[in-house]
Design a protein around this ligand. Structure first.
Ligand code: GCO
Length: 432
């Protein structure tokens, strides 16, 4: 079997992490522009990688690497700087970016919400306030009207678990609120917004859409591959409350129309009907297995390499995520993020020798290949990230890019791992 001919080999980014130009051409601040002291070392995302001004250069680099797709997010504060006000300049930026991608033969994959809530929407109550549903749909409608003649792939949300749990329960991500009741309201509003947005895109997009969302997948690698081991692993992956919460909390209502144990008292039958609007694919963001958090037995983290953020590197988790999602939800899977942070530097020879990311790519893509070889529909792989960028509260220290960015000069340098990835793409994943 292996990878399909039209497999989408790409890389990903998000508006707040790369664009910069935070107050230019009519954009209003987002909750991340206003994050202040919460960011490591007093940094901010105001300039980031200046992708807003340098997108042509960036797309040229993507082309040089042979990417087939680019996953980026649209910035709601750039499109709607005030409630009900549409910013034409903001729309033009994305139209120009898409034209550039089109010329380079690169498929745009659009995330509609990657956490940069406009500050005005936050001031009106943000995700916990019921008005957010219509506000989000107004925004989605504008974007779909403007871009759906050329965009086919849409993701309603990136990692709901992060912007719901971390932002409203744990208070560790913008807008830094710690209020469990508000969090549960935010969860319901996000789920309803998702279902309604899927319907709206389906009904109004000019090009037949493929709609999904990108989940922060929490994956438990089975201790054994017999029936009991597989069932135990799937149960842990979907139902355990680890880190940012379980996969099932979001995905069971969305893909099965069922409340999970945690949402049973929160979602009505009517809600579940709206939320479970049929999707075309599910995106998984995969970084590390949940085994060290859930059950350390037979899983020796000491023996495994780790990234600079101390995340365990274990390529097997990509295969298991894809397989477990497929078996539970029966939706084609897109790997919407996978990558690692490393303190990369440009050496004296002018290159970035990130051997560790090369090994990472090898192991994770081999693992994904196992899923494709077994006949599971895997649509694409978007490496996180196309370039080093603003890593939320951690600022600019962790470098996740295939392309190195010097933040003083904005000079881009293609890393060794990216050259290796380009060769993988050339052979459609056959030569690893
Ligand atoms: C996420 C986000 C990205 C992050 C990446 C590395 O998954 O948290 O989608 O914005 O930068 O995952 O942490």
């Amino acid at each position: 079997m292996s990878f399909s001919k039209d497999f989408l080999w790409g890389a990903a980014s998000a508006a707040a992490q790369v664009e910069g130009a935070w107050n230019e051409d009519g954009k209003c601040p987002s909750i991340w522009d206003a994050a202040g002291d919460h960011i490591q070392g007093g940094q901010d995302c105001h300039r980031a990688c200046d992708h807003y001004h340098r997108y042509k250069e960036d797309v040229a680099l993507m082309k040089e690497l042979g990417l087939k797709s680019y996953r980026f997010s649209v910035s709601w504060p750039r499109i709607m700087p005030e409630k009900g006000v549409v910013n034409q300049k903001g729309i033009e930026f994305y139209q120009n970016l898409i034209s550039e991608l089109e010329k380079a033969g690169i498929e745009p994959l659009v995330t509609l919400y990657h956490w940069d809530l406009p500050l005005w929407a936050h001031e009106e109550g943000g995700w916990p306030a019921p008005g957010i549903i219509d506000a989000y749909l107004d925004y989605v409608k504008v974007v779909v009207d403007a871009l759906s003649d050329r965009v086919q792939y849409w993701m309603t949300f990136n990692e709901p678990s992060v912007f719901i749990m971390l932002s409203y329960a744990l208070g560790s991500f913008a807008p830094f609120i710690s209020d469990p009741q508000a969090c549960m309201k935010a969860l319901r509003h996000m789920l309803l917004s998702h279902g309604k947005a899927v319907k709206l895109i389906r009904e109004t997009a000019k090009k037949t859409p493929k709609i999904g969302l990108a989940m922060a997948a929490t994956t438990y690698i089975p201790r054994s591959e017999d029936a009991a081991g597989l069932a135990d692993a799937a149960e842990k992956s979907f139902l355990s409350q680890v880190g940012e919460g379980s996969n099932a909390l979001y995905m069971d209502p969305i893909a099965l129309g069922k409340a999970s144990p945690m949402t049973a008292g929160i979602l009505s039958e009517e809600d579940l009907k709206i939320i479970s609007e049929p999707m075309d694919f599910v995106g998984v963001n995969v970084y590390q297995p949940s085994n060290p958090l859930l059950d350390k037995e037979g899983y020796d983290t000491e023996k495994l390499p780790k990234t600079m953020l101390d995340w365990v590197i274990d390529g097997r988790c990509l295969y298991w995520t894809i397989r477990q999602y497929w078996e539970r939800y029966h939706l084609p899977v897109m790997v919407t993020e996978n990558g690692m942070a490393n303190p990369d530097e440009v050496g004296e020879d002018g290159h970035v020798h990130d051997e560790i990311r090369r090994t990472f790519l090898h192991d994770f893509i081999a693992s994904m290949k196992r899923a494709a070889d077994e006949g599971i529909p895997v649509l694409g792989y978007q490496h996180w990230s196309i370039m080093d960028n603003f890593e939320w509260c951690s600022g600019y220290g962790p470098r996740f890019g295939l392309i190195h960015v010097d933040y003083d000069t904005q000079k881009r340098t293609i890393k060794d791992s990216a050259r290796y990835y380009a060769r993988i793409i050339e052979s459609n994943g056959e030569k690893l």
